[in-house]
Design a protein around this ligand. Sequence first.
Ligand code: PMP
Length: 430
Amino acid sequence: MSDSDLSWVDYDTRHVWHPYTDINNPTPAFPVKSASGCTIELQTGEILIDGMASWWSAIHGYNHPQLNEAIKNQLESMAHVMFGGLTHRPAVDLAQNLINLTPDHLDYVFLSDSGSVAVEVALKMALQYSSSIDGNSARQKVLTIRGGYHGDTFGAMSVCDPITGMHSLFHSVLPQQIFVDRPETQFDGTWHESDFEQFEKVLSARKHEICAVILEPIVQGAGGMYFYHPTYLKRVREACDRNDVLLIADEIATGFGRTGKLFACEHAGIAPDILCVGKSLTGGYMSLAATLCNERVSSGISSGEPGLFMHGPTFMGNPLACACANASIDLLLKSNWQANVSRIENQLSIGLETMNRHKSVKSTRVLGAIGVVELHRPVDMHSIGTEFIKQGIWVRPFGTLVYVMPPFCINNLELGRLVDGIGAVVSKLH
Ligand code: PMP
């Protein structure tokens, strides 16, 4: 198969599973030739302005010289060695970077391969902590809010939204968790204490069953692109403390500046007991995630039987990925990321607001470098994708949600074309 004849694209359609697709009746994927800066070039010649940052991850854009360099340099000394019994500088530097950057007291780092695995690790930490502390297995459930998304592995699926997640398919094998409604008060809304009543009631009534609360702070991503009020998160932290339950913050999508703060927990001035990061950790270059915890969790686990934390992936602490993550963090901190994110926020707010006049549009919202156009009716993903490509932009909606979270380096002109392209497409929808 040569690259120029494009028969590989046909092979892809017949043999290769893409995310959430029917292998026998797939929606064709658009073949990519290369990606650079804020653009993706298709094999068919179109150059698209990227609105997705490859699902929240490519914050610095594609083919970045400093990230390329970091990987090349690391390759000169080693691509990978096992992390069991061995250690290396890129992983330790990354641990130090993460401990320094994340909210206070998250001083212990577990490196893993993907966001879903980081969530599994967080859930295991909470379960091992709880059985160490209680000396029994009574507290094995996790409390979470509806509308969440935490990944596609079994533990992660069990805490995804029970309706829009995959509960119905895997019900019989999924751990049964406890759900409360998501907060009604949106990020910019007026806070009413009544919005916290259900959470408070359920947590205090069932605390003897619950080892941890897990949530996406401030922004619920794939579960509905919903931005909720920081006071809710503050109240969750207080309630977890009062009821002696751990708080897990899943910042896999929100971490590293996306919401206008380095971590979304900062909007509420709180720190979780366990934190998951991934996606943009490597600037979107390769798969790497981390789960951090505080001393309470780490010493709780150590004090139990067997005292060991029972997880250890083959590619744990992969040096190439860690070197890339260190370079990405360095780039982020040396860049004017806050100014960039607020520039994107302003331009998106003005641009998306105008779309409320189209009859297909239910509402629009923006937070940091995230923009959402919520439609009245679900879209056909492939046909709307083709329309976006005609506009020269890469946007991949789901359900009723057309949303963008572009690389932070997107310039005003590119962002203008992205917004105009979305406007042109949604204006034609019914
Ligand atoms: N948590 C959140 C909040 C996410 O957005 C995602 C990915 N969309 C995950 C976990 C899972 O990460 P991954 O796809 O890397 O397994």
